[in-house]
Design a protein around this ligand. Structure first.
Ligand SMILES: CC(=O)N[C@H]1[C@@H](OP(=O)(O)OP(=O)(O)OC[C@H]2O[C@@H](n3ccc(=O)[nH]c3=O)[C@H](O)[C@@H]2O)O[C@H](CO)[C@@H](O)[C@@H]1O
Ligand SMILES: C=C(OP(=O)(O)O)C(=O)O
Length: 417
């Protein structure tokens, strides 16, 4: 199993290009199921989750052409198996995103129920309730969601929690439904907006994406289009924190500051200087790093997918900070591993109190989920001596060539087998 080995203590300097967003690419690949015409996608990140999704779509009968630059063409003119088997869903929860499109276009779907995962139980009841409100008949049998509908009907849907993939699934299903669907308390994440922009180019009639009320007027058919996937704000945020922790000056290209307001504000509070233009962000830290309190919440508030990275930053900052996780019940798996590096963190319920220490000490640690893995890499970059991070298959789900990108900035990091 691959590991990452880091010699800490190097500042980061230079330029790095941010990839397309995993969490936008995955739903947009599923949107390919909504039309019999080709969907051409560019800026698709080369990640294990994308490979898993393409394998899943291929299993259904989707024809996929990929070139060396990750331009992907999808052709769903011959879908013969509208099914997502357990073996594929268990490695990637985002597989649930095939449910809405399959039901809308083919009137049936069989999708394995995703299980819980390291960060929480993560039920999909709101996806199911929303589709039922649109007239789908849904039963759970032998661990599978068995769904049928003649044609989905527009409905008014209120989700009592803000759910990102739930909003995406329902929005995709509603594009081909009869009549108008209104999703209230919809997720406002930039990835929902990117999906909506792609669907609109495919002929969907969607209003309000990016607000908490999305209205979709169903149409008979969608067509093919070309769409570049939006840049990954979480990958960008992770490199910003890396630079703030390690010191130096780093410019991110293909990065949008307008998608990272809460993160940039907190980085400035921590003592970093952040500047940006429309397509790049530059960060520099010369003074002391100060501890910052963070509390996760749905967009545009501070993202849960950046919580672990800020926890890593606080471990070496001056002062004491609280890190409150409000989205997932079990997203502090990195705490135990950071303590192995010498971090001082106390957890009580959903709150972690982090007391900054002058330096972390390198050790062997284990990655437990995607962002926890990223936070351990960040800690390793500033720890004294060598840090080895095991089980990094988690990180390969969501970070493209992380060791190459960090090496390019001057970090001493290598992959070992
Ligand atoms: C592929 C993708 O885009 N993943 C992102 C997506 O995950 P995902 O879409 O799975 O997360 P949700 O927004 O759905 O989850 C938010 C909260 O709602 C709960 N919930 C959700 C659906 C449901 O039917 N019932 C229910 O109770 C979840 O357990 C969680 O506590 O948004 C999360 C929150 O920003 C991010 O951390 C993930 O990176
Ligand atoms: C939790 C994440 O992803 P997923 O929803 O695919 O597990 C993430 O991107 O941090």
């Amino acid at each position: 199993m691959d590991k990452l080995v880091i010699q800490g203590g190097m500042p980061l300097n230079g330029e790095v290009r941010i990839s397309g967003a995993k969490n936008a690419a995955l739903p947009i690949l599923c949107a390919g199921l909504l039309t019999e015409q080709p969907l051409q996608l560019s800026s698709v990140p080369h990640l294990n989750d994308v490979t898993t999704m393409l394998r899943l779509l291929g299993h259904m009968g989707m024809k996929v052409i990929i070139d060396d630059h990750m331009n992907v063409e999808l052709d769903a003119s011959d879908i013969h198996t509208p099914e997502a088997p357990y073996e594929m869903v268990k490695t990637m929860r985002a597989s649930i995103l095939v449910l809405g499109p399959l039901l809308a276009r083919f009137g049936r779907a069989r999708v394995s129920l995703p299980g819980g995962c390291a960060i929480g139980s993560r039920p999909v009841d709101l996806h199911i309730k929303g589709l039922q409100a649109m007239g789908a008949e849904i039963h759970i049998e032998h661990g599978y969601i068995e769904a049928k509908a003649d044609r989905l009907k527009g409905a008014r849907i209120f989700t009592d929690l803000v759910t990102v993939t739930g909003t995406e699934n329902l929005m995709m299903a509603a594009t081909l439904a009869e009549g108008t669907t209104v999703i209230e308390n919809a997720a406002r994440e930039p990835e929902v907006v990117d999906l909506a922009e792609c669907l609109i180019k495919m002929g969907a009639r969607i209003e309000g994406a990016g607000t908490d009320v999305i209205t979709i007027h169903g149409v008979e058919k969608l067509q093919g289009t070309a769409h570049p996937v939006v840049c990954d704000r979480i990958e960008a945020g992770t490199y910003l924190v890396a630079a703030a922790m390690a010191g130096g000056k780093v410019k991110l290209t293909n990065a949008r500051a307008d998608l990272l307001d809460a993160v940039i504000e907190k980085l400035r509070e921590a003592g970093a200087e952040v500047e940006f233009d429309t397509n790049s962000i530059t960060i520099q830290r010369t003074g002391a790093l100060k501890a910052v309190n963070v509390r996760t919440a749905p967009h545009p508030a501070f993202p849960t997918d950046m919580q672990a990275q800020f926890m890593a930053m606080n471990t070496v900052a001056e002062g004491v900070a609280s890190v409150i996780e409000t989205i997932f019940e079990n997203r502090f798996m990195h705490v135990q591993e950071m303590r192995r590096l010498g971090a001082e963190i106390e957890v009580e319920g959903h709150t972690a109190i982090v007391r900054g220490v002058p330096t972390l000490e390198g050790a062997t640690v284990m990655a437990t989920d995607l962002r926890a893995s990223a936070s351990l890499v960040l800690a390793g970059l500033v720890a004294r001596g060598e840090t080895t991070i095991e089980r990094i298959y988690h990180i390969d789900r969501g970070y493209e060539r992380i060791e190459e990108k960090l090496s390019q900035l001057g970090a001493r990091i290598r992959r070992a087998h």
